[in-house]
Design a protein around this ligand. Structure first.
Ligand code: SF4
Ligand code: MG
Length: 340
């Protein structure tokens, strides 16, 4: 049996007035039921776009999609809007950073949750939908759900709105949950509660989660596997343990270095990798990371500038896109020694 979500050689392009933007190129990954894939990268790396395509949230007249996305054995690429709508909210649901954008400000929270239930359960009565909304609000830890069900979104705190959005996303027991920076806007305590909640729900429903984030703390907490994206491509892929303990790609090293050691310095700010993310209209030649990479001199013949590295196996189930190849292991070791 193949994993529940299988993305193969996915390419997403947007024609713009300035030319064709290659938002995602040749991306492949898979997620099994009950597992969490963490997708990391800076903004513009294509990490959101690739998952919008799973939901069919792109404008088909303005987007060119090639490759294959299979969800529960159904090919998504090429489906009509109507067919996609049936899959969306039923098999696949999404939560994102901004709960206010997901919740209609003038409709009661419970009614909105009930409506997304009703949309996929046409025989359900209004009372069934309301009962289900209360049940879901309770499930996501909203106190007194039978009363709060009639509140408007503005009567909820930020953390409660985020929970209500999760309740709405999970009301139809989706098999896949796409979470795009779901805790970025929340304070640390609420963030931890929401992540716990997602893990509980995953245990109960067995859903696959695709967690899109730039926060490696969230990845360490949640992910089974990790996909690192840069300039619309996968640059490193492996188990969470492997990516966090034996990364083989300088961009991943940069991401890991930019996480301050909060134990030793609680006031540390998040550092960023020097230089800008690449332009998607005119990406750099060769390895797209080369203008920001400190290791190009370790590779002979200016290969980093001339040739795009292939995504190559560097360990058991571990892929990396870098000309350093075997040499990366030694450099990572040396780097760690330097730190000590
Ligand atoms: Fe750096 Fe070259 Fe590896 Fe790209 S291929 S990450 S530029 S060393
Ligand atoms: Mg995004």
């Amino acid at each position: 049996d193949e994993p529940f979500v299988v993305v193969e050689d996915l390419t997403v392009r947007f024609p713009t007035a300035d030319g064709l933007v290659n938002a995602v190129t040749g991306l492949s990954y898979s997620v099994e039921m009950g597992k969490t894939l963490g997708v990391v990268g800076e903004s513009g790396s294509g990490k959101s776009v690739s998952n919008m395509a799973i939901l069919g949230l792109h404008d088909p007249r303005r987007t060119q999609i090639d490759g294959s996305i299979r969800v529960g054995g159904t090919e998504i690429v090429g489906l009509s809007r109507r067919q996609l709508q049936r899959i969306r909210g039923n098999d696949v649901a999404m939560i994102f950073q901004d709960a206010l954008a997901a919740l209609h400000p003038f409709h009661r929270v419970g009614r909105q949750i009930g409506e997304s239930y009703g949309a996929h359960h046409p025989s359900a009565s209004k009372r069934d939908a309301r009962r289900r909304a209360i049940e879901m609000l309770d499930r996501v830890g909203i106190p007194q759900p039978d009363r709060r069900v009639d509140d408007y979104p503005h009567q909820f705190s930020g953390g409660m709105r985020q929970r209500a959005m999760i309740a709405m996303a999970l009301v139809n027991d989706p098999k896949v949950l796409i979470a795009d920076e779901p805790t970025t806007a929340l304070d640390v305590t609420v963030q931890a509660q929401i992540l716990d909640l997602l893990q509980d729900l995953q245990r109960d429903f067995g859903s696959a989660i695709i967690m899109i984030t730039h926060d490696l703390g969230v990845i360490a907490e949640m992910a089974d596997d990790v996909l690192v994206m840069y300039a619309g491509r996968a640059v490193e892929y492996g188990t969470c343990k492997t990516i966090l303990s034996e990364p083989r790609m300088p961009y991943t090293w940069g991401l890991l270095e930019s996480v301050p050691d909060l134990d030793s310095d609680p006031t540390a700010q998040l550092l960023s990798i020097p230089g800008l993310p690449p332009s998607m209209l005119a990406p750099p030649s060769g390895c797209p990371f080369h203008p920001r990479c400190r290791y190009t001199d370790e590779v002979a013949g200016e290969l980093c500038v001339r040739e795009l590295p292939v995504l190559d196996t560097v360990g058991d189930g571990h892929l990396s896109r870098c000309h350093l190849g075997e040499k990366a292991a030694g450099l990572a070791e040396a780097g760690r020694r330097e730190e000590l």
